[in-house]
Ligand binder design. Sequence first.
Ligand code: 5GP
Ligand code: MG
Length: 468
Amino acid sequence: MPPREACGVVGVSLQGRGAAPYLFRGLRALQHRGQESAGIATTSHGTLFHRKGMGLVHEIFSQELLDTLRGTVGIGHVRYSTTGSSDLENAQPIVVKVHDADAAIAHNGDIVNFDRIRRRLQAQGVELLGNADTETMAQTIVLEYGRTRDLEAAIRRACTEIVGGYAVVFLVGNRVYAFRDPMGIRPLVFGTVEGGVAVASESVALDLMGGKVVRDVAPGELLVLEKGQLLRTSTIPNSGERAHCMFEWVYFSRPDSMVETQPVYDVRYRIGQRLAKESPAEADLVVPVPDSARPQALGFAEGSGIPYAEALIKNRFVERTFILPDQHRRESEVRVKLHPVPGLLKGRRVVLLDDSIVRGTTLREIVQMVRGAGAVRVDVRIGCPPIRAPCYFGIDMKERKELVAFGREEDEIARVVGADSVRYISLDGLITSIGLPGEDLCLGCLTGQYPVEVPEERHRFQKTLAEF
Ligand code: 5GP
Ligand code: MG
């Protein structure tokens, strides 16, 4: 089982100034996309400088360390932890040889035909060191490059072999090659910064590098950044169909980012307003599960006229509980992470807003906590339709049987999480709130209909995570 990643990437090309401080700021802005490890690679006059480590960006990169990462061009990555693969080897960027030169690559996403691609590479005598998607992708490109000696053609060709959702930054010599999967499943934006150009998983990284977004990288677009400029762009052959991951708006991206020109905050606010219309509740207070459901709760409060209260306080120094490796730890950590404001909930009927339910573990704990603080009724409203199928394109939800909504309807889910009611936003409500046509979204985890065929999807259904 290869590591599965939902991470963040950044790349810059500058003139007359060092890339490392920009990459550092960009990565810090993307920290929410992955807290397990982070890395930066730069080049200067043909030499690659490269550092990665476990933990948060600012814990890994001191000023002294940044000073050793020389050059005006580089890439960076933050990695999201997934069960059982928590080690430095999986940290990115990874270093690869593009013939004689050292290069570095980092990516966000998943390759669905990973096994097939790997077997093909091995059959052609390519030695694979680790088992990561990233290396597989790099070696596929390198193999093509060996044939044509045209790196851009090699990337485009490799991308027709690789099936999946990905956003990639590839540092070769003094250039950054940045590209996005042909349907634009994973996000990537392009913009300008002082002294050059940059790409990043989210617009907020451009903002925090002191730059501004010019546009989203188009699905299947390959950008070449050189000497502080966008040198060229070309297109990976594609069907023209788009499938942007709806979960970026629902949960994954920061609310101060724009994804496909739609401000994430506004989308979440509209989700809340829409929920208030679709599934009203008689209540005294609207309470968000912080941080991710605040805009939704504000929208719900506005839509329903019920007062908003921050009755659950989050300890900001606790890591995201979702990514803790085992269920038991996840359960006890929820209580360390969230705590009710004494008195606020006592005797009140509460509408609890959350962005999404995956396994239901977090919510069950929270509902209990809210009742424990004296709430007399807890009605739960969820800003994402039921997640009933796995994601194969970069979000960490892998097995149907883990998903609380798999095979269960709302009333049964309410019983599982101990709420008086649970109501999800409708699919149409979500699509309308995002503001893009439904055909342009990947809704695979909601509908089980994936934008591309997932090999052996049926078969995977029967198996546990460890087996496939
Ligand atoms: P669960 O239902 O699995 O206990 O947790 C769901 C909650 O975790 C959601 O409300 C959401 O805030 C958060 N969440 C959902 N998906 C992800 C993910 O892929 N990564 C992380 N870190 N958190 C997630
Ligand atoms: Mg949450």
